[in-house]
Design a binder for this molecule. Structure first.
Ligand code: UD1
Ligand code: MG
Length: 458
């Protein structure tokens, strides 16, 4: 089949410089939701009609052409003279022998299942329309039937009072035999209330030519809901997030509140995963069996191994957390962090581009950057790896069983040997030998004769 995605409308009501179809839903541009759904139908041709925003839309489309799927082409519609005129711009890209499915770039949540149903009823030689009964059909095209058969679509602005009472609406999504489509589009007129070339006028032409017109319905109204404003975008975001949350619940994930989770990408969960309220997941996140995520955590492109606990208000990005580890509350794991099993990272600890081996702990107020940390290491409160001289980054190596006293600075490049101990407050500028106490603190002294000054009153 051919797929044409209409995305040339300007979206004035979005009040934004960004073309409407590039506004994100669940972190992904509206248009990419439609492209991804279209690709589930394995179309032989896929063409996006764009208009506003210069090269922004074609640039985003070009990045989808990675080779795994049929190439997506783009066609410019300038000026925008209506939905029929928009489809006309795509005609040179279409295969005459396959039927053409028309989708809208601003209708992101249509399911592939609904589109497959439409494709099935339409077959190769019927005109199929995805329609739905709506309590408030205001502003939409109405499906006019005679004796149960669809005879035409009438737009709100052109409709009679009787026609406006019809509740069955045109979603805009249609499946059309392509040779007929070309011929019908060629004889469209713009003599209507909006002075536009309406794609919907092909329905009356099909009836006149004896081409059967059939319909299918989506599973829910939101499947064909479009985005024209930020209010509608926010409504569809919530709908989509609730769908994702329900799918997670169905798979056995415990969500403390399915209305308070945001998944902007792919969240893969094992068994007995528990997610508290207010968490955001971006990109691909893997939560293995028994993982608990505390409230208000943000996790981006990361993997959390079995039995690990992330306590509230943690921020984890491009990191790997080992089994049974305990992270947070208020921990930050930055890109390149790899923690082995049973690692504890406590409050106000930041770790970047570092590997930490099993059973090591940094429980309070520390910065560990560009470090290789062994097993059973204890990093005391206030420890800082001084990894940056303003121009270059250097590594810190802390070997197994080392103990870093509180408030130490490790000025990289530097190595703390196996089993070494650093006294609290050490500024380490040379390697600390294995198994020994190293301390850089001046000796403590008490001045016996000292007296605290007192204020004299005048
Ligand atoms: C259209 C349908 C209407 C249907 C409604 C569903 C027509 C004439 N009317 O009305 O029956 O109920 O959608 O939402 O088809 N577009 C272009 N180029 C244009 C005009 C539109 O690419 O010149 C794109 C828009 O970006 C949008 C889609 O087509 O994605 C629909 O356009 P819109 O202006 O919203 O059509 P409606 O008047 O709402
Ligand atoms: Mg519309």
């Amino acid at each position: 089949m051919n797929v044409v995605i209409l995305a040339a409308g300007m979206g004035k009501r979005m009040q934004s410089a960004l073309p409407k179809v590039l506004h994100p839903l669940a972190g992904k541009p509206l248009l990419l939701h439609v492209i991804d759904t279209a690709r589930e139908l394995a179309p032989s041709k896929l063409c996006v009609i764009y208009g506003h925003g210069g090269a922004a839309v074609p640039d985003v489309v070009a990045r989808q052409n990675t080779g795994a799927y049929a190439e997506i082409t783009t066609a410019l519609q300038e000026p925008q003279l209506g939905t029929g005129h928009a489809v006309m711009q795509g005609l040179p890209h279409l295969d005459d022998d396959a039927p053409t499915l028309v989708l809208y770039g601003d209708v992101p949540l249509t399911s592939a299942a609904s589109l497959k149903r439409l494709a099935e009823v339409a077959g190769k030689d019927k005109l199929g329309i995805l329609t739905v009964e709506q309590d408030n059909p205001h502003g939409l095209g109405r499906i006019v039937r005679h004796g149960g058969h669809i005879v035409r679509i009438v737009e709100e602005k052109d409709a009679s009072d009787d026609e406006r009472r019809i509740r069955e609406i045109n979603s805009g999504i249609m499946m059309i035999p392509t040779r007929h489509l070309k011929q019908w589009l060629g004889s469209l007129s713009n003599e209507n209330a909006q002075g536009e070339y309406y794609l919907t006028d092909i329905v009356a032409q099909a009836v006149a030519d004896g081409v059967p017109v059939v319909s299918a319905s989506p599973s829910a109204q939101w499947e064909v809901a479009g985005v024209n404003s930020k209010v509608q975008l926010a409504e569809l975001e919530r709908r989509h997030q609730l769908n994702i949350a329900n799918a997670l619940l169905e798979r056995g994930v415990t969500l403390l509140d399915p209305a308070r989770i945001d998944v902007r990408g792919e969240l893969i969960c094992g068994r007995d995963v528990v997610i508290d309220v207010g968490c955001v997941f971006e990109g691909r996140v893997d939560l293995a069996d028994g993982v608990h995520i505390g409230a208000n955590s943000v996790i981006i492109n990361s993997a959390i191994a079995a039995g690990a606990q992330v306590k509230p208000f943690s921020h984890i990005e491009e990191a790997v957390v080992g089994a049974k580890s305990i992270i947070g509350p208020f921990a930050r794991l930055r890109p390149g962090t790899t923690l082995a099993e049973d690692v504890h990272v406590g409050n106000f600890v930041e770790i970047k581009n570092s590997q930490i081996a099993a059973h090591s702990k940094a429980n309070h107020l520390a910065y560990v950057g560009d470090a290789t940390v062994g097993s059973r290491v204890n990093i005391g409160a206030g420890t800082i790896t001084c990894n940056y001289d303003g121009a270059n980054k250097f590594r810190t190596v802390i070997e197994d069983d080392a103990f870093i006293g509180s408030d130490s600075q490790l000025v990289a490049p530097v190595t703390v040997g196996k089993g070494a101990t650093l006294g609290a407050g050490t500024t380490l500028t040379k390697d600390a030998p294995a198994g020994k106490l190293t301390i850089s603190r001046p000796k403590q002294l008490t001045i016996e004769s000292w007296k605290r000054p007192v204020k004299t009153k005048h």
